[in-house]
Design a protein around this ligand. Structure first.
Ligand code: ADP
Ligand code: MG
Length: 219
C-alpha cells in the first residue's frame, strides 16, 4: 500500500517515489546534461540516471525494506556508491538524514514529511556548506522545506504538503537563473555562471515532484 491510514504514506510510497525519480531522471537525462554543460561538466544527467537506475535495480533484485526509513537508507547508500561527482554524496546524505528523521515509523504523515525534508536539506547543507543564493540545490531544498512547513501548519494533507514542497523547489530552481555560483564547479565560472539554471536545483525539483506523483493524489 502506498497509502497508509487516512493521511499517511508508507514504505511502498518511498519505493514508488524512487522508481518515479528514476523514470523522470531518465526522461530528463539530456536536459540535465545540457544544463550542466552550460556551467559545469555536462555529467549531471548521466550521474543521476546511473544512480537512480542502480537504486531501481537494488529494489528489483531484493526484498523491499519494511519501513520508509529503510527504503530511503538503501537509496542513500546506493546513490553514494554509484554516483561520482558532487550530486551523489549530496543526494545520498539528503536521503540518509531523511531516513534518520523518520526513525522506525511505518507511516509518514504531514509533519513527518516536513521532518524528512528538513533533515534532508540540513544534510545537503552540512555536506556541501552552501548557503541560500549560492546557486546550488540548496536554493530548491530550502524553499521546499519552508513551503512544506507552512502547508503542514495550515493543516494540509500529506500529499498537499509534498506538492507545496515540489512547487516551491521548482520556483527556487527557476530563481537560480540570474545568480552567480559560489559553490561547486559552476563557481569556477564566476559571473559567467549567471544566466543559466543550476542543474542540481532543477533535479531537486524533479525528484520532489516525483514524490508527489508517487503519492498519486490518493489523499
Ligand atoms: P559535479 O559538479 O561534480 O559534476 P553534478 O554535475 O552531478 O556533480 O552535480 C552538480 C550539482 O551539484 C550542482 O548543480 C549543484 O546543484 C550541486 N552542488 C555542487 N556543489 C554543491 C555544494 N557545495 N552544495 C550544494 N550543492 C552543490
Ligand atoms: Mg557535473
Amino acid at each position: 500500500m502506498v497509502e497508509g491510514s487516512a493521511n499517511t504514506l508508507t514504505a511502498a510510497w518511498v519505493v514508488a517515489w524512487l522508481r518515479e525519480s528514476a523514470r523522470v531522471v531518465g526522461e530528463q537525462r539530456q536536459y540535465l546534461i545540457d544544463l550542466d554543460r552550460a556551467i559545469g561538466d555536462a555529467d549531471h544527467g548521466e550521474n543521476l540516471d546511473r544512480g537512480f537506475s542502480a537504486v531501481v535495480k537494488k529494489l528489483d533484485d531484493g526484498e523491499a525494506p519494511a519501513t520508509p526509513a529503510a527504503v530511503l537508507k538503501l537509496a542513500a547508500m546506493t546513490l553514494m556508491s554509484s554516483v561520482g561527482g558532487a550530486a551523489g554524496p549530496l543526494y545520498g546524505t539528503a536521503f540518509l538524514r531523511g531516513a534518520a528523521a523518520l526513525g522506525d515509523a511505518q507511516e509518514v504523515g504531514p509533519d513527518d514529511v516536513v521532518g524528512l525534508l528538513t533533515a534532508a536539506r540540513d544534510g545537503v547543507v552540512a555536506r556541501g556548506k552552501a548557503e541560500s543564493g549560492d546557486k546550488t540545490m540548496v536554493d530548491a531544498w530550502t524553499p521546499a522545506v519552508e513551503a512544506a512547513g507552512t502547508a503542514a501548519l495550515a493543516g494540509a494533507s500529506v500529499t498537499e504538503v509534498l506538492a507545496a514542497a515540489a512547487n516551491a523547489a521548482n520556483a527556487g530552481a527557476a530563481a537560480t537563473e540570474p545568480l552567480i555560483a559560489r559553490k561547486g564547479r559552476a563557481s569556477y565560472l564566476g559571473e559567467r555562471s549567471a544566466g543559466h539554471l543550476d542543474p542540481g536545483a532543477v533535479s531537486t525539483g524533479l525528484i520532489l515532484q516525483a514524490a508527489v506523483d508517487a503519492a498519486g493524489g490518493q489523499q
